[in-house]
Design a protein. Sequence first.
Length: 94
Amino acid sequence: MENHEDRRKFPRFNILVEVTATKRASNGEEKTFSVKNISQGGVCIISSEEPNMGDLMDLKIRLPGINDQIKIMGKVVCVKEFSDWVSSVHKILN
């Protein structure tokens, strides 16, 4: 039986780094969360706040060994709640 990992278009890489997220169509407030893993097509973010499915977010990620932040726009395509945190997957749109 095929699992979710087998359906992924790009491999994911586990990495724990900070991401600054700003929800589009909001007051422009930036919030900092943690990245759980990243791929060419998406990023999984860990937070204490639950985003809404379909939310568009401007994300700024600083990866080890890279001086500049990577700026991407992501769309929330999956949200999973756990006991004290939320995992959300953001499809990279640009």
